[in-house]
Design a protein around this ligand. Structure first.
Ligand SMILES: *Cc1c(COP(=O)(O)O)cnc(C)c1O
Length: 372
């Protein structure tokens, strides 16, 4: 700009200090930059089976209607969600991915001078939405890579407006059991909004893993966030939702852009929610792939953080970044997590058996080269 004025100085303080979210590298970019072919991406926790065939059919049927704006109220989708989860439609907020729900919560409840509590190593979107609204992040040290709920409670004060809990957390895959989480929810002051991020809910098979929706009636300050991006295989469409007390949902809906979820996304999500067979197959593939990766890590003598999601963070004897670069040359994209305070780990998404094999072989080769 003229006069030595820097564009950055015009931004609000929170935005000036923001580190942009680092998404997984797209396959096309890797192939272009490294000249490799048939690259595979195990970097963004997408469903390796792809979307439900019923969702694809619904998309094809919805396609001729795209000249029209979507249903801003998301009537059919809200009712499908309400039916599936036995909640009232008034309790549902639809989002452009569940990231949208996380941001709506920050915009509704926090501003300059407020504080937002979340854990060390927690999902990267929490600091972004916190800073963007001018609030201050209180990052609570993790315990064994997971959330330290007691320390999180102690970190709250009269300025605290919001707390983010990822169950399970990404990128660590750690989770919180029913009793511990219930005790936490009961102890959080009612004026603090608890955003319980359950993006991987459908994958978790631990009997003691809680369903946050069962607490909606009990805790009016609870907002459960879910997504169609992971087990439902619709990441590219951008659709997620929040479930909360109707009064909280009403506030989120005041801030929400009226057409935040496209007509195609709404149609596909309604169909996906009804396809329990596809969901069950997805869980099966994940269960087997998780075992395959763990066996592979053990064979290589590598440690990992036990995960209940569709991804694993593996511990490496050298900088994760170096192994990441080596794997790129093998045509395998995983996720560096140094920006999560985990410079010696890489996060890998559970893929189809052949993808998991290719990743493990690439990893073996990269480690052997680095150590020779
Ligand atoms: C992937 C993920 C989300 C979901 O993002 P969308 O916007 O729904 O695609 C939310 N929270 C966590 C912890 C995630 O890993």
């Amino acid at each position: 700009m003229n006069g030595g004025l820097r564009m950055c100085d015009l931004a609000v303080p929170g935005v000036r200090g923001l580190e942009p979210y680092q998404p997984g590298k797209p396959v096309e970019e890797l192939e272009r930059e490294y000249g490799v072919r048939d690259a595979i991406k195990l970097a963004s926790n997408e469903n390796p089976l792809g979307p439900s065939p019923r969702a694809l059919d619904a998309l094809a049927r919805a396609l001729p209607g795209i000249a029209r704006y979507p249903d801003g109220g998301g009537f059919a989708l809200k009712h499908a969600i309400a039916r599936r989860h036995a909640v009232a439609p008034e309790c549902v907020t639809i989002g452009n991915g569940s990231n949208d729900i996380l941001e709506l919560a920050a915009r509704c409840f926090a501003t300059t001078g407020d504080e937002v509590v979340f854990s060390q190593h927690a999902f990267a979107v929490y600091p972004i939405v916190t800073q963007a609204v001018g609030a201050r992040a209180t990052v609570v040290p993790a315990r064994n890579w997971g959330h330290d709920l007691d320390a999180m409670l102690r970190a709250m004060n009269e300025r605290t407006k919001l707390v983010f809990i990822a169950n399970p957390n990404n990128p660590t895959g750690t989770w919180i059991g029913r009793k511990a989480l219930d005790r936490f929810l009961a102890a959080v002051p009612q004026r603090v909004i608890v955003v319980l991020d359950e993006a991987y809910f459908e994958y978790v098979e631990e009997p003691d893993y809680p369903n946050g929706m069962e607490w909606i009636g009990r805790y009016p300050n609870l907002l459960v966030a879910r997504t169609f991006s992971k087990a439902y295989g619709l990441a590219g469409l951008r659709v997620g939702f929040g479930v909360s007390d109707a009064a909280l949902a009403d506030l989120l809906n005041r801030v929400r852009q009226p057409f935040n979820v496209s007509s195609l996304a709404q149609a596909a999500a309604v169909a996906a929610i009804e396809d329990s067979d596809h969901l069950e197959r997805s869980r099966q593939v994940n269960r087997e792939g998780m075992r395959q990766l763990i066996d592979g890590f053990r064979a290589l003598g590598l440690g990992y953080i036990p995960s209940v999601g569709n991804f694993l963070s593996v511990e490496l004897p050298l900088a994760g970044r170096a192994v990441y670069e080596g794997l790129l040359r093998e045509g395998v994209i995983v996720r560096p997590v140094a920006n999560y305070g985990m410079p010696h780990h890489l996060r890998v998404t559970v893929g189809l058996p052949q993808d998991n094999s290719r990743f493990l072989q690439g990893l073996k080769k990269v480690l052997a080269t680095a150590q020779s």
